[in-house]
Design a protein around this ligand. Structure first.
Ligand SMILES: [Fe+2]
Ligand SMILES: [Fe+2]
Length: 360
């Protein structure tokens, strides 16, 4: 593949440019599956990054030069993975593999769901945003950014993506564990999201829907950083991992691939934040900051409180479900809960969440 030079002032890119791959020496093969990305001089390099990577950097620089802050989820709001590393290690050492297998399988399925980002509808920016979006990440959402993201998550054609890489990490680390056949079923029948209440009914449904979806995915991607650390620690622990080095490496490749996702979503939402949004009927105007911050905070609060609680409840049930002897089940559950960090989202309903990163 030809080298593509991206100058630091370039802000417009074609779809094909955004998809451009680096010149790899060899592909990534994980658990026998050909995956995306590859190695250059022995270093793993993420897929579709030759142009996408510098492009996101250019949009970000432009925003910083305009003095606009970037939206971010501060670390203090990020729930630790549940079960924690000591909890999961304890279960594995007790020979209780299924809950951890299930957790890792759920991660792979959820990664695959990430492909739905390509279905996000984008409003007519020309009529719904007062300022121009020329030369922004926003203008490239449907011109490569969403599609590249979808391919990274679910794989594309003959290349596996994160879905397949997580399956590989699980199978390499836990030595091809038996996969419960109801993982997807239980996941789908879990607590639903219910109907979404419109926060800005004057905006077009497409505009609010797009912002909500992007905020939601950005928060999931940020929370996932804790999951990557957890999985690298756990699957990289030679006391319980069948191939610690390899399993941890595969997770590390996924973690690196997530960086452009967090970055482009951050830049695009922050670009929107610095603009003026028009209502669907054209009669009202909202500052982007008011809209984005309100939606982002609401999503963040919901996800940081509900998800840890649901995970806890699910895990408790699973542990009991996979041990026949009730006495042993209680003893295991007790030790397991003693290892709980007890993390809860430490912010009351009326407290404003701080979600901005000032430019350097
Ligand atoms: Fe992913
Ligand atoms: Fe991602």
């Amino acid at each position: 593949m030809a080298e593509i030079a991206v100058t630091s002032s370039q802000l417009e890119f074609t779809f094909d440019e955004i998809m451009t791959e680096d010149a790899y020496d060899e592909p990534l093969i994980a658990g026998g599956v050909r995956c995306h990305g590859g190695y250059t001089n022995g270093e793993y390099v993420s897929p579709r990054g030759a142009v996408r990577r510098p492009a996101i950097g250019n949009w970000q620089t432009r925003l910083a030069q305009a003095g606009e802050p970037l939206i971010a989820v501060p670390e203090k709001y990020v729930p630790p993975n549940y079960p924690s590393y000591p909890q999961a290690k304890f279960l594995l050492q007790e020979g209780i593999v299924e809950p951890v297998t299930r957790s890792l399988t759920i991660i792979s399925i959820v990664e695959g769901f990430g492909a739905r980002i390509r279905e996000v509808e984008v409003p007519d920016f020309a009529s719904e945003i007062e300022e121009s979006v020329e030369g922004t990440a926003l203008a490239h959402l449907t011109n490569g950014l969403f599609e590249a993201h979808a391919r990274d998550e679910a794989g594309h054609r003959d290349q596996g993506g994160h879905k397949q890489m997580w399956e590989a990490a699980r199978d390499v680390g836990l030595d091809k564990p038996e996969i419960p056949n109801d993982v997807l079923l239980r996941l789908m029948s879990g607590p639903g999201r219910g109907e979404r209440k419109r926060l800005f009914p004057a905006l077009s449904e497409t505009m609010e829907g797009m912002i909500t979806m992007m905020a939601n995915v950005l928060i999931i991607e940020t929370f996932a950083e804790g999951t990557f650390d957890w999985a690298q620690e756990l699957l990289g622990d030679p006391e319980i991992s069948a191939d610690a080095e390899r399993a941890a490496h595969i997770v590390n490749c996924v973690a690196r691939d997530e960086v452009p996702h967090v970055d482009y979503l951050t830049v695009a939402l922050s670009e929107l934040r610095s603009r003026t949004l028009r209502s669907a009927d054209g009669k009202q105007a909202f500052t982007g900051a008011e809209v984005i911050d309100t939606i982002f905070r609401q999503q963040l609060r919901g996800m940081a409180t509900q998800r840890p609680r649901q995970n806890r409840e699910r895990m408790r049930e699973e542990i009991r479900g996979c041990i026949d002897d009730t006495k042993r089940a209680s003893a295991i559950a007790r030790t397991f809960e003693d290892l709980d960090t007890g993390w809860t989202f430490p912010h009351t309903d009326d407290e404003e969440l701080d979600i901005l990163l000032q430019p350097a």
